[in-house]
Design a protein around this ligand. Structure first.
Ligand code: HEM
Length: 372
């Protein structure tokens, strides 16, 4: 899969072509914020923003991966999408249990049936959903080719036409991408909004840069993102403080000597970059939210810092990184163009909690206040 997609989504310029689709999803998200605000007592508060960003992330990744809209941000969500959301929620709500489900020996399953049963139920739901969308697209392509038309399209079309993967492999891989691309992106967006609301001075600086370099209402595309380096820095800083995957692991492929210790080939290594992200030796005043620490001082300056590697590193690093960045950069710019994000009387201090992923430990409520 990775070698097939190398040309399509691994670099920022590869995913730039999806700006238009992502912006349509953002337009729906903003419409939804106006609606939800209007239903609040103060006309400004949106409660539990993660629910909103979950739907945004799901719609965003599906529009790229399936090349179709799911209707997550509509008032009445299509039944098929509702079922998928339920399967996804089931998967995450029992993440810890289901992680061990595969380790339960077959003979033991009749005695403790629930973890395995739920594990299969949630995966079946996710696969069924992917299969329906993939099959629809395949039928569409077949229809076009039968009529001698030249077919061009996005990711899924490319996967079909390249013929590098079997249909089963396509089902499996797009299911994994959708699964991997929803909570990761939505938690990160929820933290971003939370941090901006609690640090109005940072928010003001980012907003000023957007207005100066892009304007108050210009709808941004991927080409605009390098003009607002603080927006990129904001995402890096958010992921440093709240890396959705707080740890990572690798099995050594050869004998290594690290810090004077011999680590034999085949050793399982665990890395907790959530911990290294908070070390002052890696990030001065590490506990503080300071996006500007990621800004380059000049053209030759690089600010890579391996104390924080939220997307992993190397050949197995996150395949959806550029998609996630596109979705987050574009939506943050537009949210700040439309609204000042503020705490409300309902905003409580929220701490991180792990359930496999590092998630907000409670609901995040913020006000979306009209820009004057
Ligand atoms: C803020 C958002 C995201 C974060 C922080 C994140 C983080 C990660 C991390 C840490 C890994 C493991 C990398 C490693 O072992 O070195 C990973 C793997 C993966 N991610 Fe993401 N991810 C995000 C969004 C996405 C999105 C949007 C997609 C799909 C469109 C996606 C698809 C995947 C897949 C398929 C893998 C497995 C890759 C493999 O095993 O080769 N991720 N992600």
């Amino acid at each position: 899969m990775r070698s097939v997609l190398r040309q399509r989504i691994l670099k920022p310029k590869d995913v730039a072509i999806y700006s238009g689709e992502v912006n349509q999803v953002i337009a729906d998200l903003i419409k939804r914020i106006y609606l939800l605000r209007s239903q609040a007592e103060d006309g400004e508060t949106v409660t539990n923003v993660n629910d909103l960003f979950f739907k945004y992330s799901m719609e965003g990744v599906a529009t790229i991966v399936y090349e179709s809209r799911l209707g997550c941000l509509e008032n009445s969500i299509p039944q098929l999408t509702v079922e998928y959301i339920e399967a996804l929620e089931l998967m995450f709500s029992m993440f810890k249990t289901s992680m061990y489900a595969g380790a339960i020996p077959r003979w033991l399953r009749p005695f403790i049936p629930k973890p395995w049963r739920e594990f299969c139920r949630s995966w079946d739901g996710l696969f069924k959903f992917s299969q329906i969308h993939v099959d629809n697209k395949l039928r569409d392509i077949q229809y076009q080719t039968d009529r001698g038309r030249r077919v061009s399209g996005g990711l899924l079309t490319y996967l079909f036409l390249s013929q590098a993967l079997t249909l089963q492999e396509i089902y499996a891989n797009v299911t994994e991408m959708l699964l991997a691309g929803v909570d990761t992106t939505s938690f990160t967006l929820s933290w971003t909004v939370y941090l901006l609301a609690r640090h109005p001075e940072v928010q003001q600086t980012v907003y000023r840069e957007i207005v100066k370099n892009l304007g108050e209402r210009h709808v941004p595309t991927a080409a605009d993102v390098p003009k607002v380096p603080l927006v990129r820095a904001l995402l890096k800083e958010t992921l440093r403080l709240f890396p959705v995957l707080p740890g990572n692991g690798r099995v050594t492929q050869e004998d290594l000597v690290i810090g004077g210790y011999l680590i034999p080939k085949g050793t399982q290594l665990a890395l907790c970059h959530y911990a290294t992200s908070y070390q002052d030796e890696n990030f001065p005043r590490a506990k503080e939210f300071r996006p500007e620490r990621w800004l380059r001082k000049g053209d030759l300056d690089r600010v890579d810092n391996f104390g924080s590697i939220p997307f992993g590193h190397g050949v197995r690093s996150c395949i959806g990184r550029r998609i996630a960045e596109l979705e987050i950069h574009l939506v943050v710019i537009q949210l700040l163009q439309h609204f000042e994000i503020k705490t409300s009387s309902q905003t409580k201090a929220v701490h991180a909690r792990t359930h496999g992923l590092l998630a907000p430990g409670g609901p995040i409520h913020v006000r979306f206040v009209n820009r004057k």
